[in-house]
Design a protein around this ligand. Structure first.
Ligand SMILES: [Fe+2]
Length: 203
């Protein structure tokens, strides 16, 4: 099977391998800057979406791990170049949450990795325990919800509740669902350089 990562993502992978914490932060910021200009949904770009989620985490006083998870939770879409040539890139589920968590596995603490890996199941979980949650999702998120498996079964819910960082994943998901405001002014990528270095050192 061919590598699902784009050629640019494979280059990033090799750049990160021997990078210092400073280099790690620099390379990820470069990548986000370069690839984040594509549409995330009807209202914001991929980069705007990540910056809004990270800013909500920062304003809530979240840990560096959770702030960085906010910034990078959809990195998988960019690593896969899912949006390339498609305006409806969410119409296939390529498991971007697992792609990103596995890509970052050696470089971040478990809280950040789990929050990223679980941000899609977290939507399914929240809609299962609170049916009104679905009504507040954006049209794109409602479309992908069905594709991602819809409401969780009792068994899936119980398994989710054994996750040690469940609360972090649910919190990230709530920010994710709010991080879709057209034109919202938020700090730029460089504002997260220190947090990226910090999580790299905590890995
Ligand atoms: Fe997202």
């Amino acid at each position: 099977m061919s590598d699902p990562l784009s050629p640019r993502a494979i280059r990033l992978q090799s750049e990160l391998r021997n990078a210092s914490p400073q280099g790690f932060a620099d390379r990820l910021i470069e990548f986000m800057q370069e690839k984040g200009g594509s549409c995330y949904d009807e209202a914001v770009t991929q980069l705007e979406h990540g910056l809004q989620a990270a800013w909500m985490a920062r304003q809530a006083g979240a840990s560096a791990s959770l702030v960085v998870a906010g910034l990078l939770h959809d990195l998988g879409h960019l690593l896969l170049d899912e949006f390339e040539g498609a305006t409806d890139f969410l119409s296939n589920d390529l498991l971007h949450e697992r792609i990103a968590a596995s890509f970052l596995d050696a470089y971040m603490p478990q809280e950040a990795l789990d929050a990223i890996r679980l941000h899609v199941p977290a939507k399914r979980y929240l809609c299962s325990v609170d049916p009104s949650y679905l009504e507040h999702l954006s049209p794109a998120s409602r479309r992908s919800f069905a594709l991602q498996g819809g409401v969780m079964s009792e068994c899936e819910r119980q398994r989710m509740e054994t996750e040690p960082f469940l609360d972090s994943a649910l919190q990230l998901r709530r920010w994710d669902d709010l991080a879709k405001v057209a034109g919202k002014p938020v700090p730029a990528l460089q504002a997260y350089h220190a947090d990226l270095m910090k999580v790299r050192l905590l890995a």
